[in-house]
Design a binder for this molecule. Structure first.
Ligand SMILES: Nc1ncnc2c1ncn2[C@@H]1O[C@H](COP(=O)(O)OP(=O)(O)OP(=O)(O)O)[C@@H](O)[C@H]1O
Ligand SMILES: [Mg+2]
Length: 232
């Protein structure tokens, strides 16, 4: 497998605070890559670097061997799409909001097609976005991201507001996309999820990678607590 993303001594500083420090790792094309770590360890900040929602203050990030800061942001964000932690849609009628996204993103699908991706009822189209449950909103956001047919999907805790059944459906969908050549990079707190889908990953602690490798090894490290994770 070739490398799709490479981070070389990447740092992210904000308001004089180092949020990410000396980040070095690679993601291979077509793999299911998992980012683990405690609350506040820097996972979401790291994920945002992949599509330039955050910009590193030091080091280099490469996408397909091209420096990320040399790729036009629009073309990058067409290929690398993120579903945010607790993703919400703009306020308004669901059908109308989806039509706006479809037009803005130049998609071929209809609002019904977007709901079909995660098997949601069309009744949702007549709702106001405020009337959607947290999980329904999250599933629509996932449908929209998938509809964009990106090379890389960035998922920030997207199953945490979903039922067991719905969470499993999302994982199945992601596995299916991976089989079709997509690269999936996801943050999860749920170890069972990580083991069921992930292949390799990193463990973040206080803005640093303290472990990287196979998921089973990372999870053992997570379960043992902080001390053991400090040895590479
Ligand atoms: N704009 C900001 N300015 C200053 N500090 C920030 C900013 N955004 C995030 N941080 C800090 O960076 C650290 C990492 O935050 P981040 O959201 O990446 O953590 P996380 O691992 O995703 O946590 P969680 O599991 O709770 O989602 C936290 O200590 C947070 O307070
Ligand atoms: Mg987060």
């Amino acid at each position: 497998m070739s490398i799709i993303f490479r981070f070389e001594d990447v740092w992210l500083e904000k308001n004089g605070k180092s949020i990410l420090k000396n980040i070095n790792f690679s993601v291979k094309r077509g793999e299911f890559f998992v980012i683990l770590g405690e609350n506040g360890s820097g996972k979401s900040s790291l994920l945002k670097l992949f599509n330039r929602l955050e910009i590193n203050t030091r080091g280099n990030i490469f996408f397909n061997n091209e420096k990320l800061d040399e790729i036009p942001v629009k073309s990058l964000r067409d290929k690398v799409v993120m579903v945010m932690q607790g993703a919400t849609l703009f306020e308004g009628n669901v059908r109308r909001i989806l039509e706006i996204y479809i037009e803005k993103l130049g998609l071929k699908q209809t609002p019904e097609d977007i709901l079909d991706i995660m098997s949601l009822s069309y009744e949702n189209l007549e709702k106001n976005t405020e009337e959607l449950s947290g999980g329904e909103g999250q599933l629509i956001a996932i449908g929209l991201a998938v509809a964009r047919n990106p090379d890389v999907l960035l998922l920030d805790e997207v199953t945490s507001s979903l039922s067991i059944t719905r969470g499993a459906e999302v994982r199945e969908k992601m596995k299916h996309l991976q089989k079709n050549g997509k690269t999936i990079i996801c943050i999860t707190h749920n170890m069972e999820n990580a083991v069921s889908v992930g292949e390799r990953g990193i463990f973040l602690q206080n803005g640093r990678i303290t472990r990287q490798g196979k998921i089973e090894e990372l999870i053992q490290c997570f379960e043992k607590g902080d001390e053991q994770c400090n040895q590479r």
